[in-house]
Write a protein that binds this ligand. Structure first.
Ligand code: ADP
Length: 489
């Protein structure tokens, strides 16, 4: 819908060169034709490098393998009625000197004409010299409604009778192109697999697709709130918002939660919480490795962050997990290119504060003290939670959670109380590691692990908190001052 409005607006305000960014050539072509038909505005001429012009019989095969000739032809065609020229893959030629010059000349000539050139490109490659005369618009991936229509069409075309919810399928396919969706449905049909299992299959396909984009990782999650020991307030906050992304919440007028920042030393359960959130809210989880934003080429990083933002919006509703945000956006590191880092950070922060969509951001940081203050400012995140080291009761619970997983039948024979006494200053990850260590030792001796194995493993551990005490005590102070909120009771 936005695309249609934008395109109409650009045409009526006489933008002659329109650069349309899209990876879906067929759907774009179809959409443009439909829009122009709907408003009854003129003829369309298609050009591609191999066939030349190929839609109008008068010009068939003209300007074959010759992009310059394709442009030249535009000025010879009468433009008393509107004419639209669709050039496919033209981003491959647009940086050529003669094409740049030709386009500039043509722009002057076409000013009083009724001709428009649409450049259909899968990549953004507008040369600087043409920036003032070429207008960029993006043709986004299909919306939920568009996917729904396509699925209904395919279901009836392929005679698929199933009681699977098409709405749920449409939601699962969000973020994929129509072409990929068609292929996926064809595969599912050929496998005869229209059963509840298809959601796993769709998730798998989406994962492959996201992997190809290299920036976001799709994470499969299987943790629930019961896998977290402690963190009472955090869990309570999440529980209250369990239905925040549903239609009912929208109808109620509830604004979707924006996101949270989780801070705490390594191993306190930040990543675990990100995974639990996605599972609890029934949303897909995409992990962003911030390090990957920073490319080698000048301007690449800014482009990457914009792409990530766009991609996550196309994938909504979803959880976007920005892992170890302090690794890159740190005021203490001596950044070689702090200009770029600042620009990327401000793009991200502006997006966070103005965000009004169904992307829930979970950012995690090991060291809040080195984060630039603007990240912590109110309005970016709904809440900043500090995950402190677990207290006695929480350690007990964490031991229980992990022992129940490793020994579902015999976990009760272990002395959780004495383990918890001995593990003051241990993080959740260190507790789990102590159990794993005990298991290795006993396995080596070909027997089951016992209380003593765990106690020995605990005694052999030097908790990270011993070396990272300043960070913890500063964060505890911050919590007292109300700058961050305690995740645990
Ligand atoms: P962080 O992201 O804070 O460095 P993680 O979430 O990666 O820590 O923790 C690593 C592992 O330690 C988790 O996968 C989980 O097995 C265990 N763990 C950490 N905190 C908890 C907790 N509160 N309850 C249960 N397990 C925990």
């Amino acid at each position: 819908m936005y695309f249609e409005e934008n395109l109409k607006l650009l045409i009526s305000s006489r933008h002659l060169f329109i650069y349309i960014l899209s990876s879906e050539e067929d759907r774009l072509e179809y959409t443009i034709t439909k829009i122009l038909d709907k408003y009854n505005i003129g003829n369309i001429y298609y050009w591609n490098f191999i066939d030349g012009y190929n839609s109008n019989p008068n010009y068939i095969n003209r300007a074959k393998r010759d992009p310059l000739a394709a442009l030249e032809l535009v000025e010879t065609i009468d433009s008393s009625t509107p004419k639209f020229f669709l050039f496919k893959d033209f981003h491959l030629f647009i940086n050529d000197t003669s094409i740049i010059r030709k386009m500039k000349n043509l722009h002057k000539k076409l000013k009083n004409s009724n001709s428009y050139i649409f450049i259909i490109a899968s990549e953004m490659k507008i040369p600087t010299m043409l920036k003032s005369i070429v207008t960029l618009i993006e043709f986004s991936l299909p919306s939920f409604e568009e996917i729904l229509i396509e699925l209904k069409r395919l279901f009836s075309l392929l005679n698929i009778n199933s009681n699977i919810s098409i709405e749920r399928m449409a939601l699962a396919y969000k973020g994929m192109s129509i072409e990929l969706i068609r292929r996926s449905i064809a595969k599912i049909v050929s496998l005869n697999r229209i059963s509840p299992q298809i959601f796993r299959l769709i998730a798998e396909e989406k994962k492959q697709y996201i992997r190809q984009t290299h920036i976001l990782d799709f994470c499969s999650v299987n943790y629930t709130l019961n896998d977290i020991g402690g963190l009472f307030y955090l869990k309570q906050w999440l529980k209250k918002r369990s239905y925040a992304f549903t239609k009912q919440a929208q109808n109620y007028g509830l604004p979707a939660p924006k996101g949270i920042l989780l801070v705490g030393i390594q191993g306190t359960g930040k990543s675990l919480s990100a995974k639990v959130i996605a599972k609890q809210w029934n949303l897909p989880l995409f992990r962003l490795d911030v390090g990957k934003i920073f490319g080698g080429v000048v301007g690449e990083s800014e482009k990457n962050i914009r792409e990530i933002i766009k991609l996550s919006e196309e994938l909504e509703p979803c959880v976007l997990w920005i892992d170890e945000i302090d690794k890159v956006f740190s005021r203490l590191t001596n950044n070689i290119d702090s200009g770029t880092t600042n620009r990327v950070l401000s793009t991200l922060l502006i997006w966070l504060s103005e965000k009004n969509n169904q992307v829930f951001v979970v950012a995690t940081a090991n060291n809040v003290l080195c984060l630039p203050p603007e990240i912590l400012r109110k309005g970016r995140f709904d809440e900043i939670f500090f995950l402190d080291l677990p207290n006695f009761r929480e350690r007990n619970k964490i031991f229980q959670i992990h022992l129940m997983k490793f020994r579902p039948l015999t976990w009760k024979k272990y002395n959780l109380n004495s383990f918890s006494e001995l593990t003051d200053s241990f993080s959740g990850a260190e507790i789990k590691q102590a159990i794993v260590e005990a298991m290795y030792n006993a396995f080596y001796e070909k027997r089951d692990f016992n209380n003593n194995d765990i106690i020995n493993a605990i005694n052999d551990t030097v908790p990270l908190a011993f070396t990272d005490n300043t960070t913890i005590s500063s964060m505890q102070n911050w919590a007292k001052m109300g700058k961050v909120r305690l995740a645990s009771k």
